[in-house]
Ligand binder design. Structure first.
Ligand SMILES: [Zn+2]
Length: 161
């Protein structure tokens, strides 16, 4: 059985327990920007229910042009007004640097990626940098944003102040 087959089977079970449709605009008017890490079940660890929040994820939970595209749509079209950043301990982005990542890709494929990996070493510094980028983005409807680091060994979220 492939992973997708397992997921399709699991989905049939989900559909039997389906809580019902929700409005497209997130009920709690919040957007979460987080790393794609598999150990962060964001709805559970943040106390969110289906329909409560947008979740924008990528490697590192960094602020990219596409993160800002999604957040802009989240705010202007779908009414979110608070943004929460979630980085986490033991992040894969801390295991190499941009050159090392590009080297790995090039050695495996013969092609050097045209984009920077945007790796980082200091979690808190990257959260602060991300907050600064959000706050200086002029086309957002709300600049209300706070940043956190999730500890993957304890399940605790720590706010970066
Ligand atoms: Zn990560």
């Amino acid at each position: 059985m492939t992973e997708i087959d397992r997921m399709l089977a699991a989905n049939a079970d989900w559909a039997r327990r389906f809580p019902g449709s929700r409005p497209v605009a997130p009920a709690r008017k919040v957007a979460v920007i987080a790393c794609m890490d598999s150990r962060m079940p964001l709805f559970q660890l943040l106390g969110l229910e289906v329909g409560d929040a947008h979740v924008i994820r990528n490697a590192g939970g960094i602020i990219t042009e596409d993160t800002l595209r999604s957040l802009t749509i989240s705010q202007h079209l779908l009414g979110t007004r608070e943004t929460v950043l979630v980085h986490h301990t033991d992040c894969g982005m801390q295991t190499t640097d941009d050159r090392g990542l590009a080297d790995v890709v090039e050695q495996a494929t013969g092609h050097r990626p045209p984009w920077a990996g945007r790796t980082f070493t200091d979690l808190d510094a990257d959260v602060r940098h991300s907050l600064a980028v959000l706050r200086s983005t002029p086309y957002l409807a709300s600049h209300e944003a706070r940043g956190t680091v999730y500890d993957v060994t304890t399940g605790l979220l720590r706010e970066v102040v």
